[in-house]
Design a protein around this ligand. Structure first.
Ligand code: PLP
Length: 405
């Protein structure tokens, strides 16, 4: 599949937005969906639908096989050791809540500490914040440097004898910083501390290898990977899934239920209570196929070229201030323009058909640190090209004209 021609795989690009071609630069928020994924959902509901893992009739067995096929594809994509280390959730947010909640029940006590970073999305802060009240847990934040990066040294500085978990992003959704997860995990493990990685922004853009990274938990958001909404993935090492209690109770996660006791299913069913997002899981196999057909190496080099080009034109555009200049950077261009509120920038760009995001991007701690209340963010996906970035720049110039900047 040729990446330079990939837009035609996405039906949304045949629509006009305010009479303009759509320039979609909001993939860090959520990606658009290729037709193969949309069709897979339609076909499943119209020809193959059944609930999974319950009945013995033809449709149910076939649907269960398809559901488990996606689990195998995800295992391969992540190079996880065991298929049962892949748990489906309703999103990355639920995956992180699952870890925080179950880990705290089994392994945390008053006075224990969780180490986060100033880059974290609210989804990787709020679930840990709950534990302040319920468990008396303390939260520390590794600080960003002047480039918007998190160095190993800044992580090490905040580790204490009470640190019981390091929960960090792989790729910042604001500065684009790519964190050295393998090195952080080595450091953490040398001190007996497990590592949970928020992989929402890395999974669509980077080659992932769970066995090489060696982290304990990795949370993924499928709707950012050209997949359906309502679906996330938690990768967790088997030793953790074996030792953590279930997150939610209900059908599908039990082995035997008696009036005086209950035993739980084998992995990974123990963590998949109730009717799951069946159609989404089955369609996500097409998203993985789609990514594999393009090839992650092609995606990385395509997005790197675009990122470099985007940075070059935005740096030349005086009064645009890019946020962060990390050593290793993913496909995110966050910026401000003095004297124009990011929401005004996004609204004016939208009139030109250019979709970006404005606000704190669920990273208020980072914006506070940078002395900002909000920023504008253009983020890239496989379907973007240089024309999209030229259109972004052109539209920013329109916006500057309107505000006399
Ligand atoms: C870095 C990061 N973490 C977590 C999330 C939450 O993911 P989900 O929408 O799958 O719950 C997002 C989504 O915006 C994100 O960008």
């Amino acid at each position: 599949m040729n990446i330079d021609n990939i837009k035609k795989e996405f039906p949304i690009f045949s629509n006009k937005i305010h009479n303009n071609d759509l320039v979609y630069l909001d993939s860090a928020n959520s990606s658009q969906k290729p037709l193969v994924v949309v069709n897979r959902i339609y076909d499943f509901y119209t020809k193959e639908f059944s609930n999974v893992g319950r009945s013995v009739h033809y449709l149910s067995v076939a649907a269960t096989n398809l559901y488990e096929k996606t689990r195998s594809s995800v295992q391969k994509y992540l190079n996880a050791k065991d298929k049962n280390e892949i748990v489906f959730t309703k999103g990355a947010t639920e995956a992180i809540n699952l870890v925080a909640s179950t880990f705290s029940q089994e392994f945390l006590q008053e006075g224990d500490e969780i180490l986060l970073t100033e880059l974290e999305h609210h989804s990787n802060y709020v679930p840990w914040h709950y534990l302040r009240k319920s468990k008396g847990v303390k939260i520390n934040f590794a600080e960003i440097d002047e480039h918007g990066d998190i160095s190993i040294e800044n992580i090490e500085k905040k580790i204490t004898p009470n640190t019981k978990m390091i929960a960090i992003t792989h790729l910042s959704n604001v500065t684009g910083a790519i964190l050295p997860i393998k090195e952080i995990t080595q450091l953490a493990h040398s001190k007996g501390i497990p590592v949970m990685v928020d992989g929402c922004q890395s999974a669509p853009h980077m080659k992932l290898d769970m066995q090489d990274l060696d982290c304990d938990f990795y949370a993924i958001s499928c709707h950012k990977m050209y997949g359906p909404t309502g679906l996330g993935i938690l990768y967790a090492k088997k030793k953790w899934l074996d030792n953590l209690p279930p997150y939610q109770g209900g059908g599908g996660m039990i082995n035997e239920v008696k009036k005086n006791d209950i035993s739980y299913s084998e992995l990974p069913n123990k963590f998949e209570a109730g009717t799951m997002a069946t159609a989404q899981v089955i369609a996500f196999d097409e998203s993985i196929n789609f990514l594999n057909k393009i090839g992650i190496d092609n995606i990385i080099s395509h997005e790197k070229k675009l990122l470099d080009y985007g940075e070059e034109i935005l740096r030349k555009n005086n009064s645009v201030k890019l946020i962060g200049n990390p050593q290793k950077k993913g496909a995110v261009l966050s910026f401000t323009i003095d004297g124009i509120h990011p929401h005004d920038i996004a609204t004016i760009l939208d009139e030109d058909g250019v979709a970006i995001r404005a606000g704190h991007h669920c990273c208020q701690i980072l914006h506070d640190k940078l002395g900002l209340t909000a920023s504008a963010r253009a983020s890239l996906g496989v379907y973007n090209n240089k024309d999209d970035l030229d259109k972004l720049n052109e539209s920013i110039n329109n916006c500057k004209k309107i505000f006399n900047k």
